[in-house]
Design a protein around this ligand. Structure first.
Ligand SMILES: Nc1ncnc2c1ncn2[C@@H]1O[C@H](COP(=O)(O)OP(=O)(O)O)[C@@H](O)[C@H]1O
Ligand SMILES: [Mg+2]
Length: 294
């Protein structure tokens, strides 16, 4: 099993598993968009004493350490890291039901999730001072790089790119408030446990960067009805105002959709049309998207 573990999990994650005193009886890759090209992967581990843990492998050791540092600075509601070595970590497993698999999500749960993200955005910058921030300038540069990648691979044509540029640059902010951001705060990553509390179980995207980029990520990753969004917003606004996000919505949404399409292209993961179709709708009818957010 030793060689198999090293091969399947990578050296660091296999070492973290072996360092536990209890033998491993089974493991599974649980990554939601698996890709042979991507180092970042998630696993579940079942040990002989009946415990289940989660394993996460990152792009590199620096990224794993950044996530560990940010996790130390934020409050409850996000799964705990148990150990870290090199590019990998072991985390607690949360027993419960994913919000994405619940028959319906109550208004109170939408409100609570909004509050959770709002509270995360209120974490003081001093608490994460050691983490190099993702600046607005870097977001804009990445937007251009991602568009260039999509053009090169002929996934978008020149006239569409012109329209995207025009719409996005018309509402590009001059500056943006920054702090801890999650980058994947959505129903799929939220688990309701027996106590009815909600825990965010996939925190691999934690970073320091523009808050409004994070709101756009949630808008893309967690499609909500107008009524549900209103509940989410009311919870969020207990901690932070959203008017700047709404003013610059098309810019942030374009960054996120172009970024998602480029990532899916780079790692050959399925569903590349999904963000591109949403981008097309955003550019053609952005006024109605905007209204839906108010
Ligand atoms: N700590 C955990 N507790 C309970 N369920 C989890 C946990 N970690 C992951 N899962 C389940 O596995 C799925 C995939 O794990 P996740 O970390 O979200 O991987 P990915 O980065 O591929 O999205 C989650 O959507 C969730 O259903
Ligand atoms: Mg996930």
């Amino acid at each position: 099993m030793n060689n198999t573990l090293d091969h399947a999990l990578g050296h660091d994650l296999a070492a973290l598993v072996r360092a536990r005193s209890v033998p491993l009886v089974a493991f599974d890759e649980i990554t939601s968009l698996p890709s042979v090209r991507r180092r970042q992967k998630a696993f579940s581990f079942d040990f002989a004493d009946g415990t289940r843990l989660k394993g996460r492998r990152f792009k590199n050791a620096e990224r794993a350490e950044t996530v560990r540092q940010i996790r130390l600075a934020i409050g409850g509601g996000f799964s705990q890291i148990l150990s870290r070595r090199g590019d990998s970590m072991l985390l607690e497993w949360i027993d419960g039901t994913s919000l994405s698999k619940q028959r319906s999500i109550s208004p109170t749960q939408f409100h609570g999730c909004g509050e959770m993200l709002g509270a995360l955005h209120r974490v003081a910058m001093e608490d994460v001072a050691a983490v190099p921030p993702l600046t607005l300038g870097a977001v804009c540069e990445k937007f251009q790089r991602d568009i260039a990648e999509l053009v090169k691979s002929q996934l978008v044509n020149a006239s569409f790119v012109r329209d995207v540029h025009e719409a996005a640059l018309a509402c590009q902010p001059k500056n943006a408030t920054a702090g801890v951001i999650h980058r994947d705060f959505c129903a799929e990553n939220l688990v309701v446990c027996a106590s009815n509390s909600v825990v965010c179980i996939d925190n691999a995207g934690l970073a320091v960067g523009p808050h409004d980029l994070d709101l756009a990520r949630t808008w893309w990753r967690w499609p909500m009805t107008r009524r549900d969004w209103a509940q989410f917003v009311s919870g969020y606004m207990e901690h932070r105002d959203m008017s700047e996000f709404l003013d610059n919505f098309v810019f942030w949404a374009s960054c996120v959709l172009v970024g998602s399409a480029a990532l899916r292209h780079r790692y050959c993961t399925p569903g590349i049309r999904e963000p591109l179709d949403r981008l097309q709708r955003l550019i053609e009818h952005h006024q109605s998207f905007f209204v839906a957010l108010n």
